[in-house]
Ligand binder design. Structure first.
Ligand code: PHE
Length: 430
């Protein structure tokens, strides 16, 4: 369970959620996001948990177990998504390691904003990406109980404490109330567009680790006494809480230093350009708080990266009979190499992120909802196991059959052409 929470809580919460909210209607976006999570995210999460625990196998085998050979290819798509996401996710995680070290050793100074380019692109970025991948591979190679579960057991409470502590500290700053206003000033007209719905859905799937078999894989290690509906609520609830709290940290800090006009329009801007500048202006406090902040990011990124690699590794163990260590090492190496283009170019990274989110995760979620909603035998019976007496999920199958596919088709019709354009733009060099 904690490992699943660790998968969900990651860079997506800290790096993107608060930024998206401030851009798209503040509290209105938070409400929209909550709605999308409850009506679309949660049903898909429960679907993944049901398939994973029911089959007790990794994604490819699990889909085959319940759906026959026709559904195997979807498992391969999941594994491919794990490959793709981890390749660039680890590059961003590498930046956070670098920033944490910079903060600790007094490297946040007036030039930090200008140095983002050097840090984010090139050999340095690749080096820190390799370092981060090496740690991820190490944990996954050790195994599920001794590696993954133990890591989550220590790191997740730590992350939670760090974020709460930082939010309390941020509340004492001079600019706090302006920061909150900027983050949450409400504009309901903003959220009435397909574009913003697409953004919210993409963010929900990414943040909850849905649509690529991560939750499915962790659920395959669960016993039949586990209460799946409650588990899905706990995972989604913690994920939303941390995302919301991260905004309460980021914006007061930015406003305390009067840097609000520098929240640039790139998603990485708020976190990797403006915030370090704020820390640079805060003297010793900035050093300590900056270190703690980026350390929290590293922790979140690590537990998420572990889950991404575990999807790929468990599939190779099941499919090719490789021992765990070999699978972790070889797959980790392949993913590290695939990350090289993202380490050398922010533009490539951005396109990989688009493709992963808009095509793989939303598309994977759609396929999974159709599978569990329409073809799987008695999924409700499987949910009931271990959840006797829990009733709130009675609408689950209906949501999965009608609401989830409808919403996902609606946003995919927008997201796919959009992704295509960004891909063509990259390849034609505009
Ligand atoms: N949920 C993770 C985050 O918010 C990212 C992730 C996506 C992890 C998909 C696993 C699978 O950072």
């Amino acid at each position: 369970m904690l490992a699943a929470v660790g998968s969900a809580v990651g860079l997506g919460n800290m790096w993107r959620f608060s930024y998206l909210a401030s851009e798209h209607g503040g509290a209105a976006f938070v409400v929209l996001y909550l709605g999308v999570t409850l009506l679309v995210g949660l049903p898909v999460m429960l679907a993944e948990l049901v398939v994973g625990r029911g089959a007790q196998r990794s994604p490819i085998g699990a889909l085959e177990h319940f759906g026959g050979p026709a559904w195997r290819p979807l498992g391969f798509v999941f594994v491919a998504a794990g490959f793709l996401i981890l390749a660039y996710y680890s590059v961003i995680a590498g930046w956070t390691v670098r920033y944490a070290l910079l903060a600790l050793f007094g490297g946040f100074d007036a030039t930090i904003a200008q140095r983002f380019g050097e840090i984010a692109e090139g050999a340095d970025a690749f080096g820190f990406h390799l370092l981060f991948m090496a740690v991820t591979v190490g944990v996954v190679a050790i195994g599920v109980t001794r590696g993954i579960e133990r890591t989550a057991l220590v790191l997740m409470p730590l992350l939670f404490l760090l974020v709460c502590g930082l939010a309390l500290y941020a509340a004492t700053l001079r600019g706090a109330s302006e920061g909150y206003t900027y983050y949450l000033s409400t504009d309901f007209s903003e959220i009435l567009s397909r574009e913003v719905l697409t953004v919210a859905a993409g963010q929900a799937f990414f943040s909850l680790s849905l649509g690529m078999g991560a939750m499915l894989t962790f659920a395959s290690y669960l016993g039949r006494d586990q209460n799946l509906p409650n588990a899905s609520l706990v995972i989604a609830g913690s994920d939303m809480l941390i995302a919301f709290l991260a905004g309460l940290v980021v914006f007061p800090l930015i406003f305390a230093l009067g840097l609000s006009d520098q929240v640039s329009d790139s998603t990485v801007g708020a976190l990797f350009i403006t915030l370090p500048q704020a820390f640079a202006g805060m003297g010793l406090a900035g050093r300590v708080v900056g270190f703690l902040f980026f350390a929290a990011l590293v922790v979140g990124a690590l537990t998420s990266a572990i889950s991404l690699l575990e999807v790929v590794v468990s599939a190779t163990i099941d499919g090719w009979g490789w021992p765990r260590r070999r699978a972790a090492l070889r797959m980790g190496l392949a993913i590290a190499l695939l990350g090289a283009p993202a380490a050398w170019s922010l533009e490539v990274l951005d396109v990989m992120d688009h493709v992963a989110n808009n095509v793989f995760l939303l598309g994977g979620g759609l396929a999974l909802s159709l599978f569990v909603g329409w073809t799987m035998d008695d999924p409700v019976g499987e949910v009931r196991v271990g959840a006797e007496g829990v009733r709130w999920f009675f609408l689950w199958r209906t949501l999965l059959r009608f609401v989830v596919p409808a919403v996902l088709l609606f946003v995919l019709a927008d997201a796919i052409p959009d992704t295509w354009r960004s891909l063509v733009g990259l390849l034609s060099g505009d």
